[in-house]
Design a protein around this ligand. Sequence first.
Ligand SMILES: Cc1cc2nc3c(=O)[nH]c(=O)nc-3n(C[C@H](O)[C@H](O)[C@H](O)COP(=O)(O)OP(=O)(O)OC[C@H]3O[C@@H](n4cnc5c(N)ncnc54)[C@H](O)[C@@H]3O)c2cc1C
Length: 445
Amino acid sequence: MKRILWFRRDLRVEDNPLLSFGGEVLPIFIFDENILKELPQNDKRVTFVFHHVIRLKSNLQKIGLDLKIFYGKPEEIFKELKGFDEVVASGDYDSYAKERDIKISHMLHFRYINDTYIFKPREVLKENGEPYFVFTPFYKKARAILEHKNIDTAKTAEHTLAQEDYWGIQKNGKKLLLELESIGFIKQEIEIVDPHVKLENFLKKIDNYQEMRDYLSSDATSGLSVDLRFGTISIRAVFRALFSLKNSDTEPFVRQLIFRDFYAYLLFHIPTLERQNYKYSFNGIEDDEKYRAFCEARTGVPIVDAGVRELLETGQMHNRVRMVVASFFTKDLLLPWQWGERFFASYLLDYDSVSNALSWQWSAGTGVDPQPYFRVFNPYLQSKKFDKDAYYIKKWLPELRDIEPKYIHNEAFLLSAYIKDYPKPNIVHKEAKARAISCYKKSLH
Ligand SMILES: Cc1cc2nc3c(=O)[nH]c(=O)nc-3n(C[C@H](O)[C@H](O)[C@H](O)COP(=O)(O)OP(=O)(O)OC[C@H]3O[C@@H](n4cnc5c(N)ncnc54)[C@H](O)[C@@H]3O)c2cc1C
């Protein structure tokens, strides 16, 4: 058997089931032109991925293998890869990935393995064989299965390399230097921390996770989403580390990881969730001016503008802020959730089409989850609770540096005061909330 091992969302050697087959192999990575041509030269994710692809290549070399790196369209590249019996890759559930893989499967036998998520999409089902659409029963069933599930480290088999030349980046039959610039991007200054170090540090403070995770300056979360997105750490390794802790409160974190699986599971069973409302026909009101103000962090609502600034500058945004921002976008500004989803998709380092689309549907109240349309976050109460001293807000909005925190959380003050270089709120929350509820209500009939 001669196999192509296609690395995608599993950029690591350790605990990678892709390497457990053995025999003659060609490990490859493709910088996908279909995706990259849409991105600006300074996209931070490409720097992150490039770093980890180089690391993967070097780690494969340490075990006698190598990585052939391509730039181009996967279907064109596979046309040139002749003489193989099958391609092996880990499963991916979004529409682009599925379409891409179907095209390749018409050229070469395609073997899907389960690596990105802990469960296979049909592993957690109701007694009658149907999928769960509500998280809590899914979680209970998943948790029971997990007790007995094999999450041991995937063994690396003996391999030989199917080809000899692994130099540079292959693009349209030419070989380019193994540099980010060869594929048209500019290296960005981003902090790249070894995911195992992140995990180790996080486990030391995991007892605080449940209580502190929503506080914006607490640093109480793991920061692992980007690594789980690109598979620079194995999800099984994270579970093994959690289960090895005997006297710690690991369950709230386990729950979040199962939540991540749940979203992928939902998208597998209801593919339309990626773009279409599951419930309610109301889908926001298009308004370019409001959208522009949001994207430029000029809504005048401090926690929202601070979140957008953090996103634009770092590619990150705290989960609580994502929830507040998405609620504000879909309910106060009443914009289509798909616009917000696309905006996040352009900047989030951990952008994942599954988690992003389903979280936006959750925020809009249009998804599968029983999140009611009339639940609207009050951004001022949220910032007062989770950023009481406004450290987070002032970090990203230095123009509010001299304003006392109690005024930053006070809508009436912000609507009436003049603040140099900072706009007044472009919306009155109570009125906007009433308008949103009325629009959603009408669409019920
Ligand atoms: C509107 C919106 C958009 C989002 N878009 C993304 C996205 O594109 N990619 C992404 O990975 N997460 C997304 N999330 C979920 C969440 O915000 C991030 O996973 C989290 O902020 C990452 O930080 P962390 O790794 O420190 O999280 P931790 O609190 O340490 O959580 C541990 C892990 O659990 C998973 N997780 C936690 N919360 C969620 C959640 N709500 N949905 C799915 N998985 C979760 C993540 O993989 C995360 O790494 C989004 C949430 C919202 C509200």
